[in-house]
Write a protein that binds this ligand. Structure first.
Ligand SMILES: [Zn+2]
Length: 216
């Protein structure tokens, strides 16, 4: 378990963020090679390695290391960015401890869930289903489905944390649903579904509607 007191300190003192983040090294699954703090100064290097930097405002990003081995053994690296901490600047200690649990859950049950998808696939949706006519993988569609499953896993994780019962979970879930809805909307975007099996798209639209799939 990551020490909530260290989260509190890391919010207040950016110098302590890398140390706090290194604690995830103990709880990471074996197919996550690295969990590290990435300051804006590190973004250029990430962009060079992976072709894309973490989006501005995002709290964390998980990169598959082996796109050829996607869902077939790829390992991942997870980077935690400043908004993970900065959105909580100025909050009292008790609230920081609670939010430390919520943030820790995001890494363990959302980011590590992406890593699990990259390693062994998305339950019920093997990579073959995302192939389009020329045999390429529709990565946008795979990404959207991975997000929807990651949000579900994150919501389920929150519901399982005893200390968050009685108010906090109910405050956080609507935000997760809003974020998940962005990816659900992708399933209706022709640029995302281009070349995909219409049966798959139909099934995804039916089954992954966040209000039912993730629930309140
Ligand atoms: Zn995600």
């Amino acid at each position: 378990m990551v020490n909530p007191k260290d989260f509190r300190k890391a919010v207040r003192e950016p110098d302590l963020r890398a140390d706090y983040v290194s604690q995830f090294g103990i709880v990471k699954p074996p197919y996550v090679d690295v969990v590290a703090y990435a300051s804006p100064a590190d973004f250029q290097a990430l962009k060079q390695r992976f072709g894309i930097a973490p989006a501005p405002g995002s709290i964390a990003k998980t990169y598959a290391l082996d796109l050829e081995g996607l869902t077939n053994g790829s390992h991942s690296e997870v980077y935690i960015c400043d908004p993970f901490f900065d959105m909580l600047q100025g909050k009292p200690s008790k609230l920081l401890d609670i939010n430390g649990l919520i943030r820790e859950n995001t890494i363990k049950n959302h980011e590590f869930e992406h890593a699990r998808h990259y390693h062994k696939g998305i339950d019920d949706y093997p990579l073959a289903r995302f192939r389009v006519e020329d045999g390429q993988v529709n990565r946008l569609l795979f990404g959207a489905v991975s997000e929807l499953f990651a949000y579900k896993s994150e919501a389920d994780g929150l519901r399982s944390i005893k200390r968050l019962q009685g108010g906090y979970v109910q405050q956080v879930i609507p935000g997760l649903l809003r974020e998940a809805m962005i990816y659900y909307d992708w399933l209706f975007d022709a640029r995302v579904t281009k070349g995909a099996d219409p049966e798959l798209v139909k099934e995804l639209r039916e089954k992954l509607d966040p209000t039912r799939f993730i629930g309140f």
